[in-house]
Design a binder for this molecule. Structure first.
Ligand code: CP
Length: 312
């Protein structure tokens, strides 16, 4: 029998997702993508209120969740830290319980501190989705990245995928490694030694010296920006040197135009990516953003079904 529900009624880490869960989300995302293009209306979240609790800035993730909730007939409410009672000393858990008392069923949470979504899920019977926590994880980004790769190639297994740049501070890298390994991709790192985490050694990943080696080895390159807001000073000698060794330039991609290039955004043009490179057809940065809405619609719809089935 076809699986119709997710293993868990929340998403805190890519570890929460089995391969069957991801396939179910992708099937549902394809369904939404196709039927949305035909002008269909969806009702999956009618009666649901979704709190978009972004304690850290976001453009792509917050707006795509908001659009996803609206397209499914749910009500998104935006929570702003600056104008909330957190500024008057209310605790995070009290804030959660206050919003919960207003009949909110789903919390989409971004926070600069790793572990906040886990803490909130432990203190609520409602559903929490991790929309990026500190250096820890960003599971819906990994889902939309994998969806983009699978749509492009038709499969993920055995593809050579190199993550380039600031891996140490990247929640996107961690969630992607977990998810891509589950699908049998060959994953490599490429970045300055100071930005490659040692605790990733148990994953036994290939390490590539510079962007030229990465281009030669890879089917897909996933570029990451330098996360200055999470970085202690002195980890990169200079931006020019970083760009020279790890930046994707027009000249470099011209050698392998079939290479698929992803970037979760925001992009620091002129550092990890030249301004002209997005003109290449296999640079899928905008496609990733579009897919983000359908993947998040799929996740929200399936979580709501999973949650309802456990209440019966
Ligand atoms: N990829 C990503 O998380 O982008 P935002 O910070 O704009 O949400």
């Amino acid at each position: 029998m076809q699986k119709e529900l997710l293993s868990k009624p929340y998403l805190l880490s890519a570890e929460d997702l089995s391969v069957e869960d991801v396939n179910l989300i992708f099937d549902q995302a394809r369904y939404f993508e196709y039927h949305y293009s035909l002008g269909a209306n969806f009702t999956d979240l009618i009666g649901y209120t979704v709190a978009l609790a972004f304690f850290e800035p976001s453009t792509r993730t917050r707006i795509s969740f908001e659009i996803a909730v609206q397209r499914l007939g749910g009500k998104p409410i935006l929570f702003s830290t600056a104008t909330s009672s957190l500024t008057k000393g209310e605790s995070l858990i009290d804030t959660l319980h206050t919003i919960e008392a207003m009949d909110v069923q789903i919390f989409v949470v971004r926070h600069s501190a790793s572990g906040v979504p886990v803490l909130l899920q432990r203190n609520t019977s409602k559903m929490v989705i991790n929309a990026g926590d500190g250096k820890h994880e960003h599971p819906t980004q990994a889902l939309l990245d994998a969806y983009t790769i699978q749509k492009h190639f038709g499969y993920i297994k055995d593809l050579k995928i190199c993550i380039v740049g600031d891996i140490l501070h990247s929640r996107v890298a961690r969630s992607n490694i977990i998810l891509l390994k589950k699908f049998g991709a060959k994953v490599a790192f490429c970045g300055p030694g100071t930005l490659i985490p040692r605790h990733y050694s148990h994953w036994n990943l290939t390490t590539l010296k510079n962007i030229d080696e990465a281009i030669e080895w890879s089917d897909v390159i996933m570029l990451l920006r330098l996360q200055n807001e999470r970085m202690d000073s002195g980890l990169v000698p200079s931006l020019a040197e970083f760009s020279n060794l790890y930046g994707l330039t027009f000249e470099r991609i011209s050698r392998k135009p079939e290479l698929v290039v992803l970037h979760p955004g925001p992009v620091n043009y002129g550092i990890e990516l030249d301004y002209e490179v997005p003109a290449y057809p296999n640079v899928l940065i905008q496609t990733q953003v579009s897919h983000g809405v359908f993947v998040r619609m799929a996740l929200l719809s399936l979580l709501a079904k999973t949650y309802e089935s456990r209440r019966r």
